[in-house]
Structure formats: structure tokens, C-alpha cells
Design a protein around this ligand. Structure first.
Ligand SMILES: NC(=O)c1ccc[n+]([C@@H]2O[C@H](COP(=O)([O-])OP(=O)(O)OC[C@H]3O[C@@H](n4cnc5c(N)ncnc54)[C@H](OP(=O)(O)O)[C@@H]3O)[C@@H](O)[C@H]2O)c1
Length: 266
């Protein structure tokens, strides 16, 4: 049961990169359930077709899936043109496409580092830039980047993703300043560790998942719905003055003082 009115996003058209799976599929579902029309993108058309069918069945909403590698400028231009052709407008861009894996800095090859930077950071920039005209014309555009919290401190085996997400935070603030006067807001959501996602499966394998819980004050992992709810909120009129902000949704994990987790009650 949603806390938002069922039609709170009626009339909105959102492009959601990475929307074929995980957190961004959850955001797509929430947007559709609240009246928005949605285009999801990822590299695998098969995955998008299956996700779109599932989303249609769950919400009855209008959703299309267009395959696009966000690193490839021609594919990005095609993605935006096809979205506009289908829906006639675009007022919301959610940049969630990302790649990640665990790798110690000394063993990470430059190619691996570059791949993550290109998907997360360059991809976010390329799609955002390609959407500028449409977001501007909408008169009430929103860029919502999906960031993270691992870049706030040194996170082992995450030098590539930390650098990429730190860059995404910088993009968010710069866009807020440059595009705010043009009627386009830019914000980010920084999820903490979200259960039942590819990110968690890759980054907290085996017993690590249980061990990590003591570092989260709320003593549980977040869920996809909680990130999706935040993404809906940022698109509502209640958030109309929120610009350039990185909204952390992490159960308090990133404000824990260094070293105190061992002294916190179970
Ligand atoms: N899970 C967490 O706990 C967590 C925590 C903090 C932040 N985040 C962020 O939340 C977002 C979603 O994470 P998730 O765990 O839900 O992961 P996920 O299911 O693996 O989602 C990543 C999506 O990005 C797409 N993608 C990857 N490379 C692409 C490319 N080159 N071009 C276009 N699309 C591409 C993938 O589809 P294809 O493979 O078909 O291309 C996939 O649908 C990411 O930005 C992640 O950094 C997650």
C-alpha cells in the first residue's frame, strides 16, 4: 500500500536507465503504479522485454524497453529519440545503469576501472546531456541520479565504483546549479545496502552480509520499495524546492562514527 496518491505522477514521462532489474526496476514499478509512463533501458533487450511485461502485469501502466549501452553515444541518442517518439515528451531522467564488482586496487586492471567509470559516470553524463532539450522543454525537468554511500569513506575493493559515484555526486551538484535556472532540478539518491539486489549479492557474498549488519544503526538492510518511495517523492510537488541534494537512504550507516560499531548494542 503506497503512501502516495495513486495518480501523483500522472502526466509524467520517465526514462530509467538500468530499469530492467533491481532497484531501478522497483523505481519503474512505483512510477507506473502512480500514473507515470516509463521507458526502461539496459543492454539486454530480452531482459527489458521480460521486465516490461512483468511491470505491465503488476501495474497496468504504459512501459517500453529500449536496449542501449549508455557508453555508446549513438545508442544513447537513439534511446532518447525513440522515447520521445513513443511518448511525445520526457520530463524525468533516472540514471541508474551501473556496473560493479569487488577488486583490490593493486589487482584491478585499468580496463576494469575504465569500464565502471564509463558505465556509471560517462554513461550518466551522456544520457543526461542527450535528454537536456526534452527536459528543458518540459518546463519542469528532473534528473535523478542513483549514487551510493561507499565513496564517503575509503571502502576496500571499491576504488572504481567509489570514484565513479563521487563523480556522479559532482555531476548532480553541477547540473543543479547550471540547469536549475532553466527549470530542471538535479538530485541524487544514495542508497545504503539494499537487500535482494544484484549489488548486495556481488558486494556482500557469504557470511559478510550477516557480519555487516552491526554497522547499520537500524540493524537491517534497506529494501527496494524504500528507494522507490524516495524516487516518487522527489518527483512530487512536495519536493519542488529540492535541488542539488543527495538524499541518503541507508538506515544511518554512513553517520556512524569510526570504530564505534563494536560498542553498539546488538
Ligand atoms: N544494491 C545496492 O545495495 C546498491 C547500493 C548503493 C547503490 N546502488 C546503485 O543502485 C543502482 C542499481 O543497483 P542494483 O543493485 O539494483 O543492480 P542491477 O540490478 O545490476 O542494476 C544495474 C542495471 O544497469 C544495467 N546496465 C549495466 N551496464 C549497462 C550499460 N553499459 N548500459 C546500460 N545499462 C547497463 C543492467 O542491465 P544490463 O546488464 O542488461 O545492461 C542492470 O539492469 C546502481 O546504480 C547501483 O550502483 C545499489
Amino acid at each position: 500500500m503506497s503512501v502516495f496518491q495513486a495518480d501523483v505522477l500522472a502526466g509524467r514521462v520517465a526514462l530509467i536507465t538500468g530499469g530492467g532489474s533491481g532497484i531501478c526496476k522497483g523505481i519503474a514499478e512505483a512510477y507506473l503504479a502512480h500514473g507515470a509512463k516509463v521507458c526502461i533501458c539496459g543492454r539486454s533487450q530480452e531482459r527489458l522485454d521480460s521486465a516490461a511485461a512483468d511491470l505491465r502485469e503488476k501495474t497496468g501502466g504504459e512501459v517500453i524497453g529500449i536496449s542501449c549501452d549508455v557508453r555508446q553515444l549513438d545508442q544513447v541518442d537513439n534511446l532518447v529519440a525513440a522515447t520521445l517518439k513513443h511518448f511525445g515528451k520526457l520530463d524525468t531522467l533516472i540514471n541508474g545503469a551501473a556496473g560493479n564488482f569487488l577488486a583490490p586496487a593493486a589487482a584491478l586492471r585499468p580496463k576494469g576501472f575504465r569500464t565502471v567509470i564509463e558505465i556509471d559516470l560517462l554513461g550518466t553524463f551522456q544520457v543526461t546531456r542527450a535528454c537536456f532539450d526534452a527536459l528543458h522543454q518540459s518546463g519542469d525537468g528532473l534528473v535523478l541520479n542513483i549514487s551510493a554511500t561507499l565513496q564517503y569513506h575509503g571502502t576496500p575493493m571499491q576504488i572504481h565504483a567509489s570514484a565513479a559515484k563521487a563523480g556522479i555526486d559532482a555531476l548532480t551538484r553541477n547540473l543543479a546549479v547550471e540547469w536549475g535556472p532553466l527549470g530542471i532540478r538535479a538530485n541524487a539518491i544514495a542508497p545504503g545496502a539494499i537487500d535482494d539486489t544484484e549489488g548486495m549479492r556481488k558486494l556482500a557474498p557469504g557470511g559478510l552480509k550477516q557480519k555487516f549488519l552491526k554497522h547499520i544503526p537500524l540493524r537491517r538492510y534497506g529494501n527496494i520499495q524504500e528507494i522507490a518511495d524516495m524516487a516518487v517523492f522527489v518527483r512530487t510537488s512536495a519536493a519542488a524546492y529540492i535541488n542539488g541534494t543527495i538524499l541518503v537512504v541507508d538506515g544511518g550507516h554512513c553517520v556512524v562514527a569510526p570504530g564505534v560499531s563494536d560498542f553498539m548494542p546488538d
